[in-house]
Design a protein. Structure first.
Length: 111
């Protein structure tokens, strides 16, 4: 990997690290701007979160509202938010996973 078996080119390593840092920052910005949805109860409750997990919206179908059974509604809300966060996590893996793997391929950084 290193020509002639010498030390890695520090300038090249620094350039690679700077590019990966820029790519990571760009991916994080994209995650913050991207919204994903999760739902529960066959769509009775829908939660929208950003790609980094910030809750942005919650829609509750009036059919899900039973004043005698608020516990079920609460469970549906929790399930919808969890589903949205699971989708956000998958998006994070898609966007950030290749960048994290790239860090392991840089000689001399010890990742």
């Amino acid at each position: 990997m290193i020509p002639g078996g010498g030390q890695p080119n520090m300038q090249q390593l620094l350039q690679q690290a700077q590019k990966m840092q820029q790519d990571l920052a760009r991916a994080q910005e994209e995650l913050a701007a991207t919204e994903v949805e999760g739902q529960a109860g066959g769509g009775l409750v829908k939660a929208t979160v950003t790609g980094n997990g910030e809750l942005r919206g919650l829609v509750i179908d009036p059919k899900a509202v039973d004043p005698e059974d608020t516990e079920t509604l609460a469970d549906l809300v929790v399930a919808a938010v969890q589903a949205a966060n699971d989708n956000a996590h998958q998006l994070q893996q898609t966007k950030l996973g290749p960048l994290a793997q790239g860090l392991g391929g840089m000689p001399g950084l010890g990742f």
